[in-house]
Design a protein around this ligand. Structure first.
Ligand code: NAD
Length: 529
């Protein structure tokens, strides 16, 4: 890999730095002022920040080589993402790095609430030994209500299942299969608050979720309900919680996040059955290591032109879905590489149609990957998943994507490309995945073929007459090039035919000229993938 230059502007874990150093030239600029950063940023391909460095239009204008900005952490308030997108700069973060830590803290608060651990600790350290003060409850056989069954909610679900809890969850934005997968009964918010013995919140803070636990919800809860919020401050109305605690309706409350932060005093702190922590959900050695490792991995992937799964200015895709869709992403990029290696005519429009099973997934990256493959041979600068669309638009190329869940010609999934050239002619190409997950090209300009897209493909268009295969074999042999596979296709007997040969090395122009000089060969080209 070309040695890319990375500047790290804020503190990150050593394991991430080490990983970066294995792949790139790394400059640690932890104490640099903004002015200093502005004066050197043009030298770097990647910038890594936490929450302090302002990555705005001014910095990005100066960072003329910047390809990716990595945020070691979650929130991206300090990065002006639309400005990055405009410039084709990938912005990525590490959203999953602290999910286990946050989930485990929520579970800690739950256990603390049920067994008065913090209160008992305080009680004893103050010189008391009154065991009768403490009568907790078990988690076993109790109903846990999870609000928000995303990354952290599901981590809590899997772990609390092991405690023998009955799980119910409310999340209106996920498919039913997710409830099944995490062993949660899908319920409405009203049902959840009515049935749960313990309620834990794991949603983002939105207009809908702000104070979603209010007086009216608390009123519907079981007497002795226990509440935990380690998501975002203000999901529980703190004044309503105060009233619930005062009346005895709420048996315990655990908060890692607060309506306003830092929050050193609160009327809630008068209750012994309230446990509070100063927003420490992500504060574990492991989470910080993860953050460093993941941001480094993502930045390296971005610099190599690979998929950056945590990019925030790309179609969102989760890691599981990425595993399924990745072979299609790879195939699509290879399909993209064909056109400009075979044709010189400008493009008017690109149309990609997705058929069959592939349409169950988000195909956004598949389309971008095609454009990346298409444009790479004709662009000086690096084409990536972010700037591919912008470059396509700048070239005046129309881009349309269609989906149809039906299968096409018995292919369980098919990516069908139709390129309209400026002269109105069409170029078509289709690819699928074989049963073993390998990409296959199954159609080229209306000819049915079956070719594995790897290394170099020799494409021959010829008259459908006897003897051409022998001539091609001889010429490739004389060029001392090994042929791995060979496929022939024709539409009508005796008309035109095509041949595609997987060859181990590319061919020189002289050899290609020898093909072209044969009267039965219409054209011969090598497509390198
Ligand atoms: P996520 O995006 O993976 O999951 C959030 C879930 O909430 C999604 O499934 C979404 O559909 C659901 N949701 C959205 N609106 C909803 C609504 N109105 N009602 C019910 N469900 C709704 O997020 P995550 O990574 O699991 O994080 C959850 C929360 O935890 C976030 O607010 C995050 O900021 C917070 N967090 C806190 C800490 C901490 O230090 N305490 C650390 C990490 C994350």
């Amino acid at each position: 890999m070309e040695k890319f230059k990375v500047i790290v502007a804020e503190k990150m874990d050593d394991c991430g730095i080490e990983l970066l150093k294995e792949n790139c030239d790394v400059t640690l600029a932890i104490d640099k002022s903004r002015e200093e950063l502005l004066s050197v940023i043009h030298e770097y391909d990647a910038l890594i920040v936490r929450s302090v460095t302002k990555v705005d239009a001014e910095l990005m204008d100066k960072g003329t080589n910047l390809k990716i900005v990595g945020r070691a952490g979650n929130g991206i308030d300090n990065i002006v993402v639309p400005e990055a997108t405009k410039r084709g700069i990938i912005v990525c973060n590490t959203p999953e790095s602290n999910t286990i830590s946050a989930g485990e803290l929520a579970i800690g608060l739950m256990l603390d609430g049920c067994r008065d651990i913090s209160y008992a600790d305080k009680h004893l350290k103050e010189g008391n030994w009154n065991r009768n003060n403490f009568e907790g409850t078990e988690l076993f056989n109790k109903t846990l209500g999870i609000i928000g069954l995303g990354r952290i909610g599901s981590i809590v679900a899997t772990r609390m299942k092991a405690f023998g809890m009955n799980l119910i969850a409310y999340d209106p934005y996920i498919p039913d299969s997710r409830f099944e997968r995490f062993g949660c009964k899908k319920v409405s918010l009203d049902e959840l608050v009515e049935q749960a013995d313990i309620i834990t919140l794991h949603t983002p803070k939105t207009v809908e979720t702000t104070k979603m636990i209010s007086d009216s919800q608390i009123e519907k809860m079981k007497k002795g309900v226990r509440l935990v919020n380690a998501a975002r401050g203000g999901l529980i109305d703190e004044e309503a919680a105060y009233r619930g605690l005062k009346s005895g309706k709420i048996a315990s409350l655990g908060l890692d996040v607060h309506e306003s932060e830092p929050r050193k005093t609160s009327p809630l702190y008068e209750f012994e059955n309230v446990t509070v922590t100063p927003h420490i959900g992500a504060n574990t050695v492991d989470a910080q290591k993860n953050v460093g490792k993941v941001v480094a991995e993502q930045v390296i992937a971005g610099l190599k032109g690979e998929v950056v799964s945590t990019a925030v200015n790309l179609p969102a895709i989760n890691l599981e879905e990425l595993k399924t869709i990745k072979p299609f992403i790879d195939l699509s990029e290879k399909l993209g590489k064909f056109y400009f290696q075979m044709e010189k005519e400008k493009i008017q429009k690109v149309e990609i149609s997705y058929w069959g099973n592939i349409t169950k997934y988000d195909t956004g990256l598949v389309g971008l990957s095609f454009l990346k493959g298409l444009l790479t041979p004709i662009q000086d600068s690096q084409v990536n998943y972010i700037n591919a669309k912008v470059i396509t638009e700048n070239l005046g190329i129309g881009f349309i994507e269609n989906s149809c869940s039906d299968s096409y010609n018995n292919f369980s999934s098919l990516i069908k490309i139709k390129i309209t050239k400026n002269n109105g002619e069409k170029f078509t190409l289709s690819g699928t995945l074989a049963a073993n997950g390998e990409g296959r090209i199954v159609e080229l300009n209306g000819f049915e073929i079956d070719v594995t897209p790897y290394n170099h493909i020799l494409y021959i268009k010829n008259e459908d007459v006897p003897g051409v295969i022998g001539i091609v074999g001889t010429l490739v042999g004389e060029a001392k090039i090994n042929v791995a596979t060979m496929h022939v296709g024709r539409k009508v007997k005796g008309d035109k035919a095509i041949m595609l040969l997987n060859i181990d090395n590319s061919l020189s122009n002289e050899t290609l000229d020898r093909f072209q000089n044969n009267k039965d060969i219409i054209c011969a080209q090598v497509i390198s993938l």
